[in-house]
Design a protein around this ligand. Structure first.
Ligand SMILES: [Zn+2]
Length: 302
């Protein structure tokens, strides 16, 4: 009996020690968190600030986020000013110098991926564009997801050299799984190569380029700017001329305007999910998210 108790106490101590040793990682978005889990496995603890069903440009700050940031060993962000509207004040108030920009505990994933829509010339926000430094929705291309995982592996190994082999093995497994999944998604979308679509927000340039869809317009006149009557009129004309049959909408927008555009053009309005955890079920990791989105696009275009 006594021996059992000692063993039990010892194993509790040991599990506490393991728990304490876990790197505390905070990510701004659920997609980074998902890729972080793929690489970090059970050696890290990950929490995302934004939930998958929220517009990552506009996240309401909460006091609980301050506590998360205060205790974090690593903060990983999308960058390109995606989080500019909400992260800087939280980071200031958290008073955690080890996760500030430029510190070892800060990882800006936009540094090592392919960025589309880079602005030519000077940045001008007078039109309210929320993509001033290029398109920040770059995670929606499996090649970029792998590039994010590579940066994550490097950073985790730097912070926890003793777990470097573990992280490297998990990165390699992720790459293999992604390569298979990408073939599956490519094959599913191949029959619809060149299909003309409209999206609500400009969230999908990396995705459509990889899988060969053609975005001919957006419900928003500019990213982050609500649709005006003049813009809707011109979009409807474009859609009729180009025989667009599909409007894709992110889950956090109001469907009223895109639905009326769909009704007037004979197009179908389909909600697709730019982030892990965005749907009530079936979007729990990167692979599930893409399986669901690709499946819904195929169903709509068929
Ligand atoms: Zn955006």
């Amino acid at each position: 009996m006594k021996k059992t108790l000692i063993v039990l106490a010892f194993s509790l101590l040991a599990s506490n020690a393991t728990a304490a040793a876990k790197l505390k990682v905070v990510t701004t978005t659920s997609d980074i968190a998902a890729i972080m889990r793929e690489v970090g496995g059970e050696r890290i603890g990950v929490t995302s600030i934004a939930r998958g069903y929220q517009d990552p440009h506009f996240v309401e700050p909460k006091p609980s986020f301050l506590l998360l940031l205060r205790d974090a060993d690593l903060l990983a962000v999308i960058g390109l000013d995606l989080e500019i509207g909400w992260l800087p004040p939280l980071l200031d108030q958290s008073r955690n110098n080890s996760i500030r920009r430029g510190s070892a505990g800060y990882l800006d994933l936009s540094q090592g991926v392919e960025i589309l829509d880079r602005p030519k010339g000077s940045v001008d926000r007078s039109m309210g564009d929320v993509h001033p430094l290029g398109n920040p929705h770059y995670w929606l291309d499996p090649a970029n997801a792998v590039r994010m995982a590579i940066q994550i592996e490097k950073k985790l190994s730097e912070l926890r050299p003793s777990d470097a082999t573990y992280f490297r093995e998990r990165l390699n497994a992720f790459k293999l799984k992604m390569s298979d999944a990408d073939k599956r998604w490519r094959a599913a979308l191949a029959p619809f190569r060149g299909a003309k679509i409209v999206t609500y927000h400009n969230s999908w340039p990396n995705f459509v380029r990889r899988y060969g869809l053609d975005v001919v317009g957006y419900v928003e006149p500019k990213p982050g700017v609500p649709p005006s009557p003049a813009h809707i009129f011109s979009l409807i004309n474009t859609m009729k001329e180009q025989k667009v049959k599909l409007i894709l909408m992110e889950p956090y927008f109001d469907s009223k305007t895109p639905q009326s555009i769909a009704d007037r053009t004979g197009a179908q309005l389909v909600v697709i999910y730019p982030s892990v955890g965005g749907a009530k079920s079936g979007s729990d990791d990167y692979f599930a998210l893409f399986d669901m989105n690709v499946g819904n696009i195929v169903k709509a275009l068929r």
